[in-house]
Design a protein around this ligand. Structure first.
Ligand code: C2E
Ligand code: CA
Ligand code: CA
Length: 709
C-alpha cells in the first residue's frame, strides 16, 4: 500500500480513533474532551492526543456516527487494512472498528491513512511527532479562538448540516437564558418567537443554500418567554468538497439598538423641546386628514399661532426661560383642544392646531377664542410671571386651500393680519391679503439675492445752507432695482427688510457703499471737508439691543467706526438719521445712541413732527439735528394752523440748541418761509433730487463754483 500524505488538517478534522475499549471512548466523550486518537499497531498505541478544549471539536459528530453506523465486524490481521480499503472505496468518513467479538475498538477516518503505515513504524513515529507538534501549534490557535468564541459579546450558535445545535457560547447562553446542555442537539426552532412565518424561514434557508449567508433582523424568544429582536448573521460552513457541514449564526441582542432607533424615529417626527409633532409629522397628518375630509366631504380648520413678544422674552431673559415658556405654551395648547386635534410646533414660537370642523364656522370661532384666552395670560416660569399673548390665523379646508401647504400659508397669512390688527387676537384668512402676502414672500427672496450679490445702490441728496445756498451735507438713500428691472421704492423694501431680518445686512451694505463713495467725493473736493457731513439712515432694528444678533450694541457701533476707519473718514463727518418713531421706545436704542454720540458721530431725528416725541427724552440723548418732515413743510405754506405747528417745531429745535433742517423743500416759497422760521439748512427737489455718484460730484463741483465767495 502506498504512502499517503496526511495533512494536519486531515488529522484534526477527520480523526482516527483508537481506544482500548468503548468504555474509554465514552469517558472521553462525556468528559467533553476532544480526541485525536491515532491508530495503532495491535495493542500498542502509538499516539493519543486528547484535549479538554472540547468545544472546538464537536464530539457529537463522533457520537452520532458511532451510533448511526452499524458496526462492521472486522477480523484480526488484515482486518484493519481491509477496513481502510473499504473506506477508500466507499468514501466513508468514519468507520467503527470492532474486534472479533464485536466489541468496539475505535473509529478510523478515511484519511487516517497513517494507519496504513503500520509496516513502516519508524516512519510513522517520526511523522507522528511532526504531526503532533504541528497539532499543538494549531491547538494554541484553537485555544485562542475558543476563548474569543466564548468571551465575545455576540451570541454564537453553531449547528450541523441538519440544523442541530452543536455549540453555543456564553453570550448565547446569557441572551437566550438557555444552558448549553439544554440546547445541544436541539434545533434553533427552540428560539422561535412565532413572529416570523414559515415563508420567512423558507426564504432564509433558500438564501443560505444559494449564497451561503443570511443577514437580517429577527424576533426570538428567550427561555423565560420574553420576545426580543436580534441582528442575526448566518454563514454556511462548507467542507473541502463544498458540502455544507455547519451553520454558524452570530447575533447581537438588538433590544437597545431598537429602542434607540425608535427614539430616533420619534425625534425625527417630534420637536425635542415640547415633544409635539414637528413640521414633518404635522404635514403628514394634515395631508391624511385632508384626504379623509375629501372622502367624507367634511371641513378642516387650521390655526396658525404665533406668540407676541416672545423674542423679547428670549432676548432679555435668556433661552432657558424662553424654552420653558414654550413648553408651558405647548402644554396649554394640548390641554385646550380635543384629543383628536393635532397640535404641532413648526419652529420657534410658531405652533399649529388643526381640527375637523363639525359645527361650521361657529365651532372654529369657539376654538379660536378658547386658544386666545388660554394663551393671553401670565405663565409661571421659574418663579417668574411672564405675560404672553398670541396672534392666531385661521384657514379652512376646502375654502382657503385644497392641500396642506396652501392651507398653512393661508393661516400664516391670516396670523399676520392678526398681528397687524394689534396682536392677541384671531383673524380668518381672506384672499386679497393672500395676494399681498405672496408678493411679500417673492420680494423678500429677491432682496436676499440682491444683498448676496451686494447690488444695493445709494444715491445722494444734497443738503444746503438756506442763507448761502452752499452745500453742507448729503443724505445717502438706498436704491434697489428689482428682478423685473424696475426700481422698488425704499418705502416698500425697507419695511420688508425689517420684517425679514435682512435690515442689518442691508444697513451694513448701505453704510459701506456710502462711505466708499463719499470718501471719493472728499478726495476730489478737499474744500468740502470743513463743514460737510454725510448722512446715512439707520433703522432701529440695526442697533436695537433687543435684536438677538446685536447681543451687545457696542458691536454694531464698533462695526460702523471700523467702516469709517477703513475708508479714511472721521466720525464727526458722519451723521445717522433715525426716524422720530424709533424714539417711541427709547430704552431699546438708548445704549447704542450713547455710544454713537460718544464716538463723535452726529445723530439726526428724521421725519420730525410726525410723531409725538417726548421732549424730555430728546434732551437726554446726544441728538444734534432735527429734520422737519416734508408734510409739515408742504402744509406750512398753505395752512395757517400748520404754519403755527412748523413754527413751534423749529422754535423747539432751536431752543434745544439743535440744528434744524427742512425736508422736502420743493419751491422757493417754502424755502423762504422756513428760512424766516429759523431753519438753518434744507434738502429737497428745489435744490436737487437724489443723485447717483457721478451726477452728485457734478452737482458739488457746480455748487462750490457758484458759492465760492
Ligand atoms: P427719508 O429718510 O425721509 O428720505 C427722504 C425721502 O424723501 C427720500 O425718498 C427722498 O427721495 C424724498 N424726497 C427728498 N426731497 C423731496 C422733495 O422735495 N419732495 C418729495 N416729494 N420727496 C422728496 P426715498 O429715497 O424714497 O426714501 C424713502 C424713505 O426710505 C426714506 O425717507 C428713509 O426713511 C427710507 N430709507 C431710504 N434709504 C434708507 C436706508 O439706507 N436705510 C434705512 N433704514 N432707511 C432708508
Ligand atoms: Ca432720512
Ligand atoms: Ca425724512
Amino acid at each position: 500500500m502506498e504512502h499517503h500524505e496526511v495533512t494536519l488538517r486531515d488529522c484534526l478534522c477527520k480523526r482516527s480513533v483508537r481506544v482500548g475499549a468503548f468504555q474509554r471512548y465514552q469517558e472521553v466523550v462525556h468528559a467533553g474532551g476532544a480526541q485525536i486518537f491515532v491508530v495503532f499497531d495491535g495493542d500498542e498505541h502509538l499516539g493519543l492526543v486528547s484535549d479538554r478544549e472540547a468545544a472546538l471539536f464537536p464530539n457529537r459528530i463522533f457520537a452520532d456516527l458511532v451510533t448511526r453506523r452499524p458496526p462492521t465486524p472486522l477480523h484480526e490481521g488484515d482486518a484493519i487494512m481491509h477496513a481502510l480499503d473499504r473506506l477508500e472505496s466507499e468514501e466513508r468518513e468514519f468507520l467503527q472498528l470492532v474486534d472479533t467479538n464485536g466489541d468496539f475498538i475505535g473509529v478510523v477516518s478515511r484519511f487516517s491513512i497513517i494507519a496504513t503505515l503500520i509496516e513502516h513504524e519508524r516512519l510513522l513515529r517520526s511523522r507522528l511527532e511532526d504531526l503532533l507538534s504541528e497539532y499543538r501549534d494549531e491547538l494554541d490557535h484553537h485555544r485562542i479562538a475558543a476563548s474569543v468564541f466564548e468571551a465575545t459579546s455576540e451570541g454564537i450558535m453553531v449547528t450541523d448540516a441538519e440544523q442541530r445545535i452543536v455549540m453555543v457560547n456564553r453570550a448565547f447562553r446569557e441572551t437566550t437564558g438557555w444552558g448549553e446542555d439544554e440546547v445541544i442537539g436541539e434545533t434553533p426552532r427552540l428560539l422561535h418567537s412565532g413572529r416570523q412565518d414559515e415563508d420567512f424561514y423558507a426564504a432564509m434557508w433558500q438564501s443560505l443554500k444559494q449564497t451561503g449567508a443570511w443577514e437580517g433582523e429577527i424576533w426570538n424568544r428567550r427561555k423565560n418567554g420574553e420576545v426580543y429582536p436580534e441582528f442575526l448573521h448566518i454563514n454556511a460552513i462548507r467542507d473541502d468538497e463544498g458540502e455544507i457541514r455547519h451553520y454558524a449564526g452570530v447575533f447581537s441582542d438588538a433590544t437597545r439598538i431598537r429602542e434607540m432607533r425608535e427614539r430616533l424615529r420619534h425625534l425625527a417626527y417630534h420637536d425635542a423641546l415640547t415633544d409635539l409633532p414637528n413640521r414633518k409629522l404635522f404635514f403628514d397628518r394634515l395631508e391624511h386628514a385632508i384626504a379623509q375630509a375629501r372622502r367624507h366631504e367634511k371641513g378642516i380648520g387650521l390655526f396658525f399661532i404665533d406668540l407676541d413678544g416672545f423674542k423679547e422674552i428670549n432676548d432679555t431673559l435668556g433661552h432657558l426661560v424662553g424654552d420653558r415658556l414654550l413648553q408651558a405654551v405647548a402644554e396649554t395648547l394640548v390641554d385646550s383642544v380635543r384629543e383628536t386635534d393635532t397640535v404641532a410646533r413648526l419652529s420657534g414660537d410658531e405652533f399649529t392646531v388643526f381640527a375637523a370642523i363639525d359645527d361650521g364656522e361657529g365651532g372654529l370661532v369657539a376654538v379660536a377664542e378658547k386658544l386666545v384666552a388660554a394663551l393671553n395670560r401670565h405663565f409661571r416660569v421659574d418663579e417668574r410671571r411672564l405675560f404672553v399673548s398670541a396672534s392666531l390665523g385661521i384657514s379652512r379646508y376646502p375654502e382657503d386651500g385644497e392641500d396642506a401647504q396652501s392651507l398653512l400659508m393661508a393661516a400664516d397669512n391670516a396670523m399676520y393680519k392678526a398681528k397687524g390688527d394689534g396682536k392677541g387676537c384671531y383673524r380668518f384668512y381672506s384672499a386679497t391679503s393672500h395676494g399681498q402676502f405672496m408678493q411679500r414672500v417673492r420680494m423678500t427672496g429677491e432682496l436676499r439675492q440682491t444683498l448676496e450679490q451686494r447690488e444695493i445702490q445709494v444715491v445722494w441728496q444734497p443738503q444746503v445752507d438756506l442763507a448761502s445756498g452752499r452745500i453742507v451735507g448729503a443724505e445717502a438713500l438706498a436704491r434697489w432695482t428689482g428682478a423685473d428691472g424696475r426700481n422698488v421704492p425704499p418705502d416698500t423694501f425697507i419695511p420688508l427688510a425689517e420684517r425679514s431680518g435682512l435690515i442689518r445686512e442691508l444697513g451694513c451694505q448701505v453704510l459701506e457703499r456710502a462711505s466708499r463713495e463719499i470718501a471719493q467725493v472728499f478726495a476730489e473736493f478737499p474744500l468740502l471737508t470743513e463743514r460737510f457731513r454725510f448722512a446715512v439712515n439707520v433703522s432701529p432694528a440695526q442697533i436695537s439691543t433687543r435684536t438677538r444678533s446685536n447681543a451687545s450694541s457696542g458691536e454694531s457701533v464698533d462695526a460702523i467706526l471700523e467702516v469709517f476707519r477703513t475708508m479714511g473718514l472721521a466720525a464727526r463727518q458722519a451723521e445717522i438719521e433715525l426716524t422720530e418713531s424709533a424714539f417711541a421706545d427709547r430704552s431699546d436704542i438708548e445704549t447704542a445712541l450713547g455710544r454713537i454720540g460718544a464716538a463723535g458721530i452726529h445723530i439726526a431725528i428724521d421725519d420730525f413732527g410726525t410723531g409725538c416725541s417726548n421732549l424730555a427724552t430728546i434732551k437726554q440723548l446726544p441728538i444734534t439735528k432735527l429734520k422737519i418732515d416734508r408734510s409739515l413743510v408742504t402744509d406750512a405754506v398753505n395752512d395757517r394752523a400748520d404754519r403755527e405747528i412748523a413754527t413751534a417745531v423749529v422754535g423747539m429745535g432751536r431752543g434745544l440748541n439743535l440744528e434744524v433742517l427742512a425736508e422736502g423743500v420743493e419751491d422757493h416759497e417754502q424755502a423762504e418761509l422756513l428760512r424766516r422760521l429759523g431753519c438753518d439748512t434744507a434738502q429737497g427737489y428745489l435744490f436737487s433730487r437724489p443723485l447717483p455718484l457721478p451726477d452728485f460730484r457734478e452737482y458739488v463741483r457746480e455748487n462750490l463754483r457758484q458759492t465760492a465767495n
